[in-house]
Design a protein around this ligand. Structure first.
Ligand SMILES: *[C@@H]1O[C@H](CO)[C@@H](O)[C@H](O)[C@H]1NC(C)=O
Ligand SMILES: *[C@@H]1O[C@H](CO)[C@@H](O)[C@H](O)[C@H]1NC(C)=O
Length: 630
């Protein structure tokens, strides 16, 4: 990777976001903390059940059940011994039972938890007679990155197999019948090396259930070539759900495992791309076609001099195209990956066995030795997966924090649908961002809000969105909070303030800035997410505002005296600019920024002044500074 300081491209992050500190979020009742201080409880694992209206929370020594509409919670203690037990796995197993795993005292354990009913009738019981070893299902280390998914009564986990976290593997366990325990091959140089698993999802590939796969996302050490030093790269990998392992060298190992590089980069000034190589989180935004969710990834840089984070978006079609493309080949350990140009055995390695396609290949045990030995050495695809438009939808560069988590909500607005991203940081804040594509295909990244959801600047560990309840659940080492997806009133009371905010959740309803509900039969809602142009939306309501809303003020200046020019607008969505308009002149002169720096007084003359806030047709709020006549 080649990065140098200051190499960042200027991105169009417009607007000053609304910064809301904890205190303000609490008073506006937009934020509710759960469980008191929750210090050290480490809320890392969530299981939200929208249908049943509850949220299960896995933390240190406890599993909590929060029911929608009921202020607090039911708790089950999972303390296993002297040492703490950190819950890392919580998945629905069937309609009555949840599968739970914890780190134990560096001795992972799993069990069934029965959850049902509501309120007084709630059943919440950990079946201690079902406790079994969690080795290869759950990490030993509470802080080790980890990913798992439970589908069709099988648990798929990406984790370390040992205490030191050196041997990392992607495994399947828990199932009965023919699909027993299976894992990735131990060959580090070809398969998986010091992986940090980020996410795992079951996704069907075609109409044929035999093609159902589990896709998983991770970052790993990569030693490409003889240089010897390892770098970190991000990967997407997949296995067939009906893989029962191969024969001989891949007995009880995946025989359909393939992986590819996930790229997220921005072009540098000298033609060398700046890469965000460390995948931190993945979110799948569902679409109407369940086989094609939109994949959102949060990445950070590995470089210590160039600190940055980015969000890249991928289409499943592009991921599949890479897995259907050429394989990578390595002549030996000291060689680089090159394109494999030899003969590819039949059936194409990575294909799921299916009677529908070939009656002779019913299971992966029917794969020929040739297929098995090919996949053992060629699990890597030659081409990388690139994001949509080949660039991130959001970047944060040269800021003193990093992005750690992402959830995305699809929000209907007056001028179309928007994907609103909620990005957790390592300093206890959440950024609310929308990426807008204009008519000329240029994209604009709009940072709408910056929410300080935790007083202590500790990393956000987990986030879960409830579209049904319009809430975001956020966990960190020391607490769990629930925060509303929108705070429309905070943008201000005027139509123009609401319009300028460009928040797809909010519209001006004739009285105030409030939540936009598309189906509502209320009279015309004023909103302009695409351009944020109040002159088009609020031209007929401007006059109705009272003078305090219009921010009209009169300042008096005295000869040879100075006055402080305020730089922070009350609505905070506005950009503050000062203009001087001398009496008898139509011309407005902008007061230069260096003079309006905080605490620097400006001597502006001898006449009384009048200060008026107006909205220009560029969609920005201007402060106009008039010099009144004698
Ligand atoms: C769910 O699974 C548990 C554990 O195997 C089992 O005891 C229970 O009967 C199952 N419930 C249903 C409704 O199938
Ligand atoms: C001069 O400016 C200061 C600061 O703005 C103000 O407090 C003071 O009243 C002014 N003096 C007169 C005589 O107006």
């Amino acid at each position: 990777m080649c990065v140098r300081k200051g190499e960042s491209r200027s991105m169009t992050v417009s607007q000053v976001p609304l910064f809301l500190p904890v205190a303000e979020l609490l008073t506006s009742r937009s934020l509710s903390p759960f469980l008191g201080s929750g210090e050290g409880l480490s809320f890392q694992t969530f299981l939200l059940d929208e249908e049943k209206g509850h949220l299960l929370l896995g933390s240190r020594d406890h599993i909590f059940l929060l029911e929608a509409g009921i202020p607090c919670c039911t708790g089950a203690v999972t303390r296993s011994s002297e040492c703490a037990n950190f819950i890392r796995v919580l998945h629905n197993y069937n309609s009555t039972h949840v599968y739970v795993c914890g780190t134990g005292a560096f001795q992972p354990l799993c069990a069934f938890l029965e959850v049902g009913g509501r309120g007084e009738e709630a059943v919440f019981h950990l079946h201690t007679n079902t406790v079994e070893s969690g080795r290869m299902k759950c990490p030993y280390d509470p802080w080790q990155p980890f990913a798992s998914v439970l589908t069709d009564h099988h648990l798929y986990s990406g984790t370390a197999s040992d205490f030191l976290g050196k041997d990392t593997a992607f495994t399947r366990s828990l199932g009965q019948r023919d699909r027993s325990y299976i894992r990735t091959d131990v060959s580090k140089d070809y398969w998986i090396d010091e992986a940090k698993f980020v996410a795992a999802h079951a996704i069907g590939d075609t109409y044929n259930p035999d093609d159902d796969k589990v896709y998983f996302f991770f970052r790993e050490a990569s030693r490409d070539g003889s240089a010897g030093d390892k770098s970190v790269l991000s990967r997407v990998a997949r296995v067939c759900q009906n893989d029962v392992g191969g024969l001989r060298s891949l007995t009880n190992k995946w025989s359909t495992f393939l992986k590819a590089r996930l790229v997220c980069s921005i072009p540098g000034p000298d033609g060398v791309d700046t890469h965000f190589d460390e995948l931190q989180d993945i979110f799948l935004l569902p679409t109407r076609d369940e086989r094609n969710p939109v994949v959102y990834g949060v990445f950070t840089t590995t470089s210590s001099i160039f600190k940055g984070s980015a969000v890249c978006v991928y289409h499943m079609a592009d991921i599949r195209a890479v897995f259907n493309g050429p394989y990578a080949h390595k002549e030996g350990l000291e060689h680089r990956w090159v394109e494999y140009e030899g003969r590819v055995p039949y059936p194409r390695p990575g294909t799921c066995p299916s009677r529908t396609y070939d009656p002779r290949i019913k299971t992966t045990k029917d794969f020929s030795d040739e297929v098995i030995s090919f996949i053992k050495d060629h699990p890597m695809m030659y081409r990388a997966v690139y994001p949509v438009a080949r660039e991130p939808v959001f970047t944060r560069i040269n800021v003193d924090y990093r992005l750690t988590q992402i959830v995305v909500d699809r929000v209907p607005a007056v001028d179309g649908q928007y994907a609103v991203m909620f990005l957790g940081t390592d300093v206890g804040t959440v950024l609310k961002v929308v990426s807008i594509t204009q008519e000329n295909w240029a994209t604009e990244q709009l940072l709408l809000e910056e929410l300080q959801v935790f007083q202590a600047p500790s990393p956000i560990l987990s986030m879960e969105i409830s579209s049904k309840q319009h809430q975001l659940y956020i966990g960190s080492r020391d607490g769990l909070v629930q925060v509303s997806l929108h705070r429309c009133q905070a943008y201000g009371r005027a139509c123009a303030d609401c319009c300028l905010a460009r928040d797809p959740y909010c519209a001006w309803d004739g009285h105030s800035c409030s939540r936009y509900i598309p189906a509502s039969k209320r009279r015309a809602r004023r909103q302009d997410v695409k351009h944020g142009d109040p002159s088009g939306q609020c031209w007929d309501v401007e006059d109705n505002m009272d003078s305090t809303q219009a921010e009209e003020r009169i300042l008096f200046g005295v000869e040879s005296n100075s006055t402080f020019l305020e730089c922070v607008a009350t609505s905070r969505q506005a950009q503050v600019r000062w203009f001087l308009q001398r009496s008898g002149s139509e011309r407005r002169e902008e007061v230069r920024h260096q003079y309006t720096k905080k605490h620097k007084p400006l001597d502006y003359g001898r006449k009384p002044e009048r200060l008026v806030k107006t909205h220009s047709n560029t969609g920005r709020t201007h402060w106009v500074f008039y010099l009144l006549g004698d």
